[in-house]
Design a protein around this ligand. Structure first.
Ligand code: PNW
Length: 468
């Protein structure tokens, strides 16, 4: 049997970090307060036709005014860590120059409040809200944005590095590059394959420069990056489907994994992108910067991609699986297997998380790993003041079992962050998709912990899942 199983429970290692995650634009609101400048998400969400029903993050969960309540909510859950992101345009309204003190003060108070409640702050420097002024100057496809990002990271490190130990540079650069500049379903909404490839490179360059700048100030802190990784499988064992899987794995996973953890772009991906980019934007020394050694590595996992070679009879799927988000592989088909899906239409596949953790550990790095996001949207219903989200609870349970199995098999997985603390602004889907452990009524801003929240609190308290 499993050595972690005892007294009817499946235990996690001592010191395992149990967390919840959010992102600034998705929860804060207060879009024009205390000197905050506009970000690409303000511009995008206020552009008609970009976000479902015209929803914006102007108010969101009003967390900017309710952070003390929200920290108490987390303390009640008993979490050991909170992963949040800093809004760049609160710190530098135009993306460069001096710090906006009022914006910084908000995060200083938040961090102090977390520490006072014994919750370890886990800070993400960039979760997609690029200052609009930097987009106007060229955005991530422009090399200079990487240098601006490193300056911003250095400012944050000098201001908060004495009390925040865990630092993530970027959240999901794939989304920033390929949804932002490739398919255009995320801000800034550009559709330019060559620009999206440059954006991906400059995001990674900014990551490497930022880690170097921060470590020079505070070598004692932990530095990492978070990628959204997918298990990828071919629909059949045909050579054509296998090649489709190789290409999607290349664009979704290896385009970032290989530069960051091996210091080189994968040769086959460079080949697939031949018609899109000559990679003339890559300068000598960039890959050494991009592969600057890290202290930890973050993985966001939601689903598996099952793919097939071009078949014009299969209907294409929208959003993240829009083919233009995978430059050079536009003809690949994403296949639905007909297994249960979440409200995002993402297939539920917990074995894919185990596979992903083992792959990263075996093929890429021996660093401590963290699941920095995992979770599911479901169309919750409030009945008599409660939300009985058994579907979400089951999703967390299955995926935590996969984490446990990964640990038992030798993967140094050190923590897990549920996405998300509370329902929030789900990007192009606005407020129509709910990922929270805690329900948010956007009229009253009332927070109601769902069944999954009570279940998660119990898992944290025991540091164990109930054995099956
Ligand atoms: C991640 N895709 O977003 C983000 O880190 C969160 O901010 C977000 O709320 C969460 O996952 C749920 O969506 C993604 O299309 C958005 O492949 C889109 C995709 C992947 C991740």
């Amino acid at each position: 049997g499993n050595p972690a199983e005892a007294n009817g429970q499946l235990h996690f290692p001592d010191g395992f970090l149990w967390g919840v995650a959010t992102a600034a634009y998705q929860i804060e609101g207060a879009a024009a307060e205390d000197g905050r400048g506009p970000s690409i998400w303000d511009t995008f969400s206020h552009t008609p036709g970009r976000v479902i029903e015209g929803h914006t993050g102007d108010v969101a969960c009003d967390h900017y005014h309710r952070s003390a309540d929200d920290v108490r909510l987390m303390a009640d859950l008993g979490v050991s860590s909170y992963r949040f992101s800093v809004s760049w345009p609160r710190i530098q309204p135009d993306g460069s120059g001096a710090v906006n003190q009022a914006g910084l003060d908000f995060y200083r108070r938040l961090v102090d409040d977390l520490l006072a409640h014994d919750i370890e702050p886990w800070l993400t420097i960039y979760h997609w809200d690029l200052p609009q002024a930097l987009e106007d100057a060229g955005g991530w496809p422009a090399r200079d944005t990487a240098a601006r990002f490193a300056d911003y990271a250095q400012l944050l490190q000098s201001a908060l590095g004495d009390r925040v130990r865990y630092w993530t540079t970027l959240n999901e650069p794939w989304c920033s590059a390929f949804l932002g500049y490739g398919s255009g379903v995320h801000a800034p909404g550009r559709r330019d394959a060559a620009a999206s490839v440059r954006a991906g490179h400059h995001l990674m360059l900014g990551h490497g420069l930022a880690v170097q700048a921060m470590r020079a100030i505070r070598p004692e802190n932990q530095y990492g990056v978070t990628l959204n990784l997918y298990a990828v499988s071919p629909q059949s064992d045909s050579a054509a489907d296998a090649d489709a899987a190789r290409r999607i794995d290349g664009m979704a996973n290896r385009f970032f994994l290989d530069p960051v953890l091996r210091g080189q772009y994968p040769a086959d991906v460079l080949g697939d992108l031949r018609q899109v980019s000559d990679f003339g934007h890559v300068r000598d020394g960039d890959l050494a910067v991009i592969s600057t050694p890290l202290s930890m590595f973050g993985i966001n996992y939601y689903t598996r991609y099952v793919v097939a070679a071009a078949d014009p009879d299969i209907e294409r799927e929208p959003y993240g699986r829009d083919p233009s988000a995978f430059p050079g592989s536009e003809d690949v088909q994403f296949v639905s297997r007909g297994v249960p899906v979440t409200d995002m239409d993402w297939e539920i596949d917990a074995p894919g998380l185990l596979e992903t953790l083992q792959r990263v550990h075996r093929e890429y790095t021996k660093l401590p790993l963290y699941v920095t996001e995992n979770g599911a949207a479901f169309p919750d219903k409030v009945i008599d003041g409660t939300v009985d989200d058994q579907d979400r609870l089951a999703y967390f349970d299955e995926h935590l079992r996969a984490c446990q199995e990964a640990i038992t098999s030798g993967v140094p997985l050190r923590g897990y962050f549920a996405w998300s603390l509370m329902d929030n602004y789900e990007w192009a889907w606005g407020y129509t998709k709910r990922f929270g452990l805690v329900h948010v009524d956007y009229e009253s801003q009332r927070r109601t912990p769902k069944s999954s929240a009570k279940w998660y609190a119990e898992v944290i308290r025991r540091n164990a899942l109930p054995a099956q």
